[in-house]
Ligand binder design. Structure first.
Ligand SMILES: Cc1ncc(COP(=O)(O)O)c(C=O)c1O
Length: 429
């Protein structure tokens, strides 16, 4: 009744000249979504997103009561659900409960936060580290805290959304350089470094859509020569790159201290949730007092801190997991190439795309694979340009060679059907 009385006092919606602009359905992105959905429905494609997994999603998973070989999990080293990880997480639940209650600044922290940060700092040979509740949010808030209108952010053209968004919201000027072209980065810096107070260069250790890496040693030299900061996003590099999985500094032979800001996420190899920054004492102290995403957000849940700490220790203690992952990735990559599948720029490190050239072809092949008991996600426009639409395979240390061969064989058999819808309709218009 109360709700009805309140609604009755509001003016008629139709009489408001701005009524249209208050309708969420008129947002441009919504129009695009509706178009995509009706095209998919028209040719009988199921929505491949938001599938419900009824079990731990690792090398295999369970969806709709059926078992699938799974290539859609970030769990590179198979640590999600490891007995040590479960035990550490449960112990933290018992000791601290599930929540940090409020921001660490005001409500205080737990020993497990500092332990995790100390070990992350050690991993990167840095003085300190700080953890945040979201990996995406870490990039947005850290870039925003460090840069302003007098500054410049230069990032790789294939940088993750969180980097682009952080740079945009920071108010700094933003430039991108062609993917992995450090000579172009050098030229941009040579032409405009002097116009800005501070410059931040951002690259990723392993690109999450393409599975390739920059020449980090060259970029370290360039940033030092031009007087810029370098931030490396290791979301997909940790546990994957380098002989023992330490990350891009190990694979590129770079002294980790020569990178100013190490950023990473705890949602991949560390099987938890959240982001981290490792760097010098002053940087970490500054971020803990000046980044909105730390000060005005709740502290990382203590059990999740325990989860990621246990995973970090396992990564260091069991490097054979990394070797298994690398063997699996190389097997998938070489077998896919042998069957003339287009693996794009991937160098065979845990992330391997199979580029199909149209969003509908990607969604169709994903469904055909699903029908064969293989779960792999399509990556479609606008996440990648339409011509680069693909299936993206995440490899895991837990995949067996048989599972990998089954997937590559299925791809090879089904790819020609991906240019047609399940009902035989041509998908290209
Ligand atoms: C390169 C990169 N940075 C940041 C993020 C955001 O991390 P999270 O998913 O943990 O929020 C991702 C997510 O996949 C990523 O790929």
């Amino acid at each position: 009744m109360e709700a009805e009385r309140k609604a009755a006092r509001l003016p008629e919606r139709d009489s408001n000249p701005f009524a249209q602009s208050t309708d969420f359905g008129t947002l441009p992105g919504m129009q695009e979504l509706k178009l995509q959905r009706s095209a998919a429905e028209h040719i009988g494609l199921a929505n491949p997103f938001f599938r419900v997994h009824e079990a731990r999603a690792g090398a295999t998973t369970q969806i709709g009561g059926k078992s699938f070989i799974n290539f859609s999990s970030y769990d590179y080293l198979g640590l999600n659900g490891h007995p040590d990880v479960q035990a550490a997480t449960c112990e933290a639940v018992v000791r601290y409960g599930t929540s940090s209650s409020a921001s660490r600044l005001v409500a205080g922290e737990r020993p497990i936060h500092r332990e995790l940060e100390r070990e992350l700092a050690e991993h990167y040979g840095q003085e300190d580290a700080v953890v945040f509740v979201s990996g995406h949010g870490t990039n947005v808030t850290v870039i925003g805290a460090l840069l302003g209108p007098k500054d410049l952010v230069i990032h790789d053209s294939l940088a993750h959304n969180s980097i682009v968004l952080g740079a945009t919201l920071s108010g700094a000027a933003r430039r991108s350089f062609p993917h992995n072209d450090h000579r172009a980065l050098d030229r941009i810096l040579a032409s405009c470094r002097a116009q800005y107070e501070r410059v931040l260069v951002i690259v990723e250790g392993l690109y999450s859509m393409d599975g390739d890496s920059p020449d980090l040693a060259a970029i370290v030299e360039i940033k030092a020569r031009h007087g810029a900061w370098l931030m490396v996003d290791e979301a997909h590099g940790l546990g994957v790159l380098g002989a023992t999985g330490l990350g891009s500094f190990e694979s590129c032979g770079v002294e980790p201290r020569d990178v100013d800001i190490w950023m990473g996420t705890m949602s991949k190899t560390l099987s938890g949730c959240g982001g981290y920054i490792a760097g010098c004492q002053t940087l970490i102290e500054y971020l803990k007092c000046m980044s909105g995403g730390f000060i005005y957000s709740v502290g990382l849940s203590p059990p999740l801190a325990a989860t990621s700490l246990a995973c970090l220790r396992l990564l260091h203690r069991e490097p054979e997991r990394v070797r298994r992952l690398q063997r699996n990735s190389a097997l998938f990559w070489t077998q896919a190439k042998a069957r003339k599948l287009d693996v794009g720029l991937s160098c065979g490190s845990a992330v391997v795309p199979v580029v199909l050239g149209s969003s509908l072809a990607a969604v169709t092949l994903s469904q055909l694979m699903f029908d064969r008991g293989i779960n792999v996600q399509p990556i479609i426009h606008p996440a990648v340009p339409e011509r680069n639409a693909r299936l993206r395979f995440f490899l895991s240390a837990e995949h067996s060679p048989e599972q990998i061969m089954t997937a590559v064989q299925a791809l090879s058999e089904l790819r020609n059907q991906a240019g047609k819808g399940p009902s035989g309709l041509a998908l290209t218009t």
